[in-house]
Design a protein around this ligand. Structure first.
Ligand SMILES: [Zn+2]
Length: 400
């Protein structure tokens, strides 16, 4: 059996311990040793580099490649799957070896990656966005045309639900289709032209049914949640992660601390909506206005959550912005008061915990799967990180 030795690098092991000089040995897809003076048959010279665990992005949409309405409606239906293959490869090249797709990707995409048919980060998938009529996932336009971000198809069933009984049916339908996690909107959002991010969506009764159904099948629920009341409803229902968390008030933060709820900030998302608008994407006026309104208050909310000690995992909402810019999120997280080590923990061991993969991924330690990223120079230099990715390994095999 080949012993691959990552020799002479500075190792950031994912736990938040300070980076330290060490070798890493990999055998049969697993890390078998981390320490000084190790040997191997095949040597990867890591002198002058930082060696990291494979990174995570806990909120992407790999089937979404642009948000402009006119652009989206003119694409052939199946084109999104080829774009997804490109987006996955683009993401993997950043050193991101695991992603959670927060609606769009179906079981076929996940399986194609797992089988090695297309290169990409391993996927945890939500498949659909569970939304009420008129909610964040409802693509209805005032013209009467319906333009959802992800059109339903056999592998991606419609996820509209009104009332506890429909919520139960939709949850079971998505789980049947292979959802690893259920995604629900408990507030309006920025990209949906007919709702307001501050308003709540779904009653506590409906959310309780959703969490019960997910829990019975060993799955967690993630909530698109931006307004304070909808965030609190999500936390009270036992939802595992708050995505975006734009208008967090003190009570919401306290509840999240008490329940151990995760925050996935996606700070780069509204920034990317504004960039897309500036670049000429056809977006409803209301969408651009909402994006402008939320950027600052979002950063303030995340700062307060970070200061209070809320658990944070890295996510970007890529698809809203271009895939491949995911690592911009790291510098934004730092600007909200996180230390560079905490930022990388949020993108490695903490993210693995949120996704329930922490026994196998997110750390460089014996027994862990050998997802290894080699970075030229200093891994805390976030603005240069994407350009500094030198090698990406997945399960002990070089992927990039
Ligand atoms: Zn999203």
């Amino acid at each position: 059996m080949t012993r691959t030795l990552f020799a002479g690098g500075t190792v950031f092991d994912g736990t938040g311990s300070p980076p330290a000089q060490a070798d890493v040995v990999v055998e049969d897809g697993r890390i078998v040793d981390v320490g000084a003076g190790l040997d191997g048959d095949r040597v990867v010279d890591c002198t002058g580099t930082t060696v990291l665990p494979g990174l995570f992005d806990c909120h992407v949409h790999v089937t979404v490649s642009e948000i402009g309405l006119l652009q989206r409606v003119q694409k052939p239906f199946s084109y999104q799957f080829y774009e997804a293959a490109r987006n996955l490869w683009t993401t993997l090249k950043l050193g991101i070896t695991t992603v959670r797709d927060a609606a769009g990707a179906d079981l076929g995409i996940k399986q194609a990656v797992a089988d090695g048919l297309i290169p990409g980060p391993r996927l945890e998938i939500a498949i659909g966005l569970i939304s009420p009529t008129g909610g964040h996932g409802d693509g209805w336009m005032p013209s009467g045309h319906c333009v959802p971000m992800s059109l339903p198809h056999p592998g991606r069933p419609d996820a509209t639900a009104d009332g506890p009984d429909e919520m139960r049916r939709v949850a079971r339908t998505l789980l049947r289709a292979g959802a690893d996690v259920l995604k629900v909107c408990t507030t309006g959002g920025v990209l949906s032209p007919r709702d307001d991010p501050r308003h709540s969506q779904f009653t506590l009764e409906e959310l309780d049914v959703l969490v019960t159904e997910a829990t019975m099948q060993g799955r967690a629920v993630m909530a698109h949640a931006q307004g304070a009341e909808g965030i609190k409803n999500a936390v009270r229902a036992g939802i595992r992660s708050i995505e975006h968390g734009i208008y967090l008030d003190d009570e919401a933060i306290e509840l999240m601390l008490a329940r151990g709820t995760w925050l996935v900030p996606t700070l780069v998302a509204p920034v990317n909506v504004l960039r897309a608008a500036a670049a000429g994407a056809s977006l409803p006026v209301a969408v651009v206005e909402k994006a402008k309104e939320v950027v600052e208050v979002h950063a303030e909310s995340v700062q307060r959550a970070v200061a209070a000690g809320v658990r944070v995992a890295m996510g970007t909402d890529s698809g809203v912005g271009p895939h491949g810019t995911n690592l911009e999120e790291l510098e934004l997280m730092r600007s909200c008061g996180m230390s560079p080590a905490d930022v990388l923990v949020a993108a490695t061991s903490s993210a693995a915990r949120l996704l329930g993969m922490d026994a196998e991924l997110g750390r460089l330690a014996p027994g862990y799967r050998a997802d290894v990223v080699v970075i030229s120079g200093d891994a805390y230099d976030f603005p240069s990180l994407a350009a500094n990715v030198r090698e990406v390994w997945q399960d002990g095999v070089r992927a990039v």
